[in-house]
Design a protein around this ligand. Structure first.
Ligand code: PLP
Length: 427
């Protein structure tokens, strides 16, 4: 996100020295910029215009609260150890420390048959999505939820899996967009979805906050198996689920081990957005069309372009999966869920159409008929609050904005007062 501060003037002038390299034309297909740098740019412009404004950000989904003590202490100890002869170590296993793989497996997958060697510890889910794309190669056709976390589409574009951006549909050609809106309970009508090789599916979803039910995920698994697809299931917010009817892992669905990979992260569980630690689960039963195991190829990718997660981060991860660490993470998640509840209730009280916020740290607010960027601009102008325009997550996000529940409580409370003042009486 900080890349937004780097001025990338892409216009070549006569004086510029050029190399002989042809630019990857797929990168050229991407739109003006990743959503969040554009938001940051608009925020800076607003702040320049109103230097005294105290801007509150409910925009970028970054965590704000300190890392729980037991977990932070474990990292401190590991970092101090590295400064001693006895505690020093260098490269570790590319797949992660054995006890951490086991700890993650016990903490999150004990009831669904996954095994420690299927868990690849990494520097985060976003990076794993990129590495999965590298593994699958550019020949695959992908489906994404619409709206969805922009990384699935953008990494597919960069890989060359898609056609060009189509300005009239505000979407890329040759991607299957699975529309998820209030009228289908934010779950795609699979009878209308064309078969693809890969299906990116995120539950609870960023940005809508919708968590898929057991019944819906059972349908999704059946759909993938029927078409021979692989689901890349993003469970980055699974710990935010409180509805018993919504699985926390795709592997709770029988048969998913034959058609799904799951990626997850400590980022939103333990405030590790800056520490960087996540994992991806590749079941040993998952096979390519030629019968070869996907896990072997992912192992090859990880050992080739990754050198193992940081020792310090892994020490923190190990603390996360101990009973006390799990309790600390639950507490942190609970805090953000309370924020989500405050935001959700405020918008509901003001008469807005509000979704999400119950099983996720995101509240998805409808402004039917209004362009999301206009709503974003109006909220920024009237409230000095940064939100995220729904259209940045895909064409079906148009007419919505996302409010993130990651914030200090005083900021959330201040934000809701500003919302009420600006919009409360209009409805
Ligand atoms: N997946 C989803 C759905 C996300 O919203 C995010 C971060 O916002 C990530 C993955 C990235 O996670 P990580 O910090 O582990 O790279």
């Amino acid at each position: 996100r900080r890349q937004a501060h780097i001025c990338c003037s892409s216009v070549a002038t006569a004086e510029q020295v050029r190399t002989g390299l042809k630019r990857n034309e797929n990168i050229g297909k991407l739109q003006a910029g990743y959503l969040f740098p554009e938001i940051a740019r608009r925020r800076r412009a607003h702040q320049d215009k109103h230097p005294d404004a105290k801007v509150i950000s409910l925009g970028i989904g970054d965590t704000t609260e300190p890392i729980p003590k037991l977990i932070a202490d474990a990292m401190q100890k590991a970092a101090a150890g590295l400064g001693t002869l006895a505690g020093y170590s260098g490269y570790g296993a590319e797949q992660g420390r054995g006890e951490l793989r086991e700890g993650i497996c016990n903490a999150f997958y004990s009831s669904c048959g996954r095994k420690p060697h299927e868990i690849f510890v990494s520097d985060g889910s976003k990076c794993d999505i990129g590495r999965l794309q590298m593994m699958f190669g550019c020949e695959q056709r992908v489906a994404v939820q619409d709206p969805s976390y922009p990384v699935y589409v953008d990494s597919s574009v960069i890989m060359g899996m898609t056609g060009n951006y189509n300005a009239s549909t505000t979407s890329f050609d040759n991607i299957e967009y699975m529309v998820c809106q209030p009228d289908n309970d934010f779950f795609p009508d699979l009878s209308k979805v064309a078969p693809t090789d890969l299906i990116f599916f995120c539950s609870p979803n960023n940005p809508t906050g919708a968590a898929a039910t057991r019944q819906q995920l059972t349908e999704l698994v059946a759909f993938a198996k029927k078409n021979g697809s692989i689901i890349v299931y993003d469970a980055a917010y699974a710990l935010y689920i409180s509805d018993d009817n919504c699985p926390k892992s795709i592997f709770e669905i029988p048969g998913a081990e034959e058609c799904a990979i799951e990626t997850c992260s400590f980022s939103k569980y333990a405030g590790f957005t800056g520490v960087r630690l996540g994992w991806t689960v590749v079941p040993e039963q998952l096979r390519y069309a030629d019968g070869s195991p996907v896990i072997a190829d992912f192992n090859r990718i990880m050992t080739t372009v990754f050198n193992g997660a940081s020792i310090v981060a892994q020490a923190g991860g190990l603390a996360c999966v101990q009973p006390e660490g799990l309790a600390e993470m639950q507490q942190l998640v609970h805090f953000y869920k309370e924020n989500a509840d405050i935001l959700r209730q405020t918008f509901l009280d003001m008469g807005f159409k509000v979704y999400g916020g119950k099983n996720a740290p995101y509240v998805w607010v409808g402004f039917p008929g209004k362009p999301s960027w206009d709503v974003f601009a109006d909220i920024l102008e009237k409230c000095n609050i940064v939100t995220t325009p729904g259209s940045g997550f895909g064409p079906a996000g148009e007419g919505f904005v996302r409010a993130s529940a990651f914030g200090h409580r005083k900021d959330i409370l201040e934000a809701v007062e500003r919302f009420k003042k600006a919009y409360g009486k209009q409805r």
